[in-house]
Write a protein that binds this ligand. Structure first.
Ligand SMILES: CC(C)(COP(=O)(O)OP(=O)(O)OC[C@H]1O[C@@H](n2cnc3c(N)ncnc32)[C@H](O)[C@@H]1OP(=O)(O)O)[C@@H](O)C(=O)NCCC(=O)NCCS
Length: 170
């Protein structure tokens, strides 16, 4: 049976092996890693999917504190979601959706920070209401495909039209 547990309970080496399998060993060069450089993972929002019987890690989601700095220099806190990873042998079995559902349940329903990610819009828009509409004039500390820079925000929150994403300053 698959269970969702805190990622902090998993040996970090096992998480690294999962991420290498899902994204390749050159994953550290990705812009997503620059976005949260120097940050500690948000443990309360980072989760693992495990096979309880086999004591096997199947998937993980990490979340990070980031900010969008607008043109006036004001920082808007946001939560970066990712990497989201499922072992290739277990993909398309509902594990990604189960992990995202568990994460969205943890997010404060009344006053959520915007969630940001770089990912496939075909998946994250279809199942979880992320869209790239609001991010088209945002900039990142590295190359990115605008259609893959996604945000999920409370409709009452007005997001800056322009700005630069980066780590939340310590
Ligand atoms: C993307 C990922 C997290 C999805 O998790 P998963 O457990 O494989 O997917 P689920 O089983 O929850 O969802 C299955 C459904 O989503 C669709 N889907 C899965 N990955 C998709 C993708 N990358 N793009 C579009 N649709 C996708 C499947 O076709 C399926 O749709 P169906 O029910 O109509 O057949 C996983 O495939 C993965 O780790 N991929 C490699 C790493 C990656 O690209 N991560 C995302 C960027 S952060």
């Amino acid at each position: 049976m698959t269970s969702i547990i805190p990622l902090a309970e998993i040996d970090p080496q096992l998480v690294d092996a999962l991420l290498d399998a899902a994204f390749g060993k050159d994953r550290h060069d990705r812009t997503a890693y620059k976005l949260r450089e120097g940050m500690d993972m948000l443990e309360g929002l980072s989760i693992a999917a495990v096979d309880e019987e086999k004591h096997e890690l199947l998937g993980s989601i990490q979340c990070w504190p980031i900010a969008l700095t607008d043109d006036d220099g004001k920082m808007h806190p946001m939560i970066m979601v990712g990497p989201v990873a499922v072992y290739p042998d277990f993909q398309r079995e509902g594990i990604g959706r189960a992990m995202m559902a568990a994460l969205l349940k943890e997010i404060q329903p009344n006053d959520p920070l915007p969630l940001v990610m770089i990912g496939d819009p075909e998946y994250y828009e279809r199942f979880f209401d992320f869209t790239a509409e609001a991010t088209q004039e945002w900039t990142l500390p590295g190359p990115w495909e605008p259609s893959r820079l996604l945000v999920r925000a409370n409709p009452n929150v007005s997001l800056p039209r322009t700005g630069t994403l980066g780590p939340w300053p310590r």
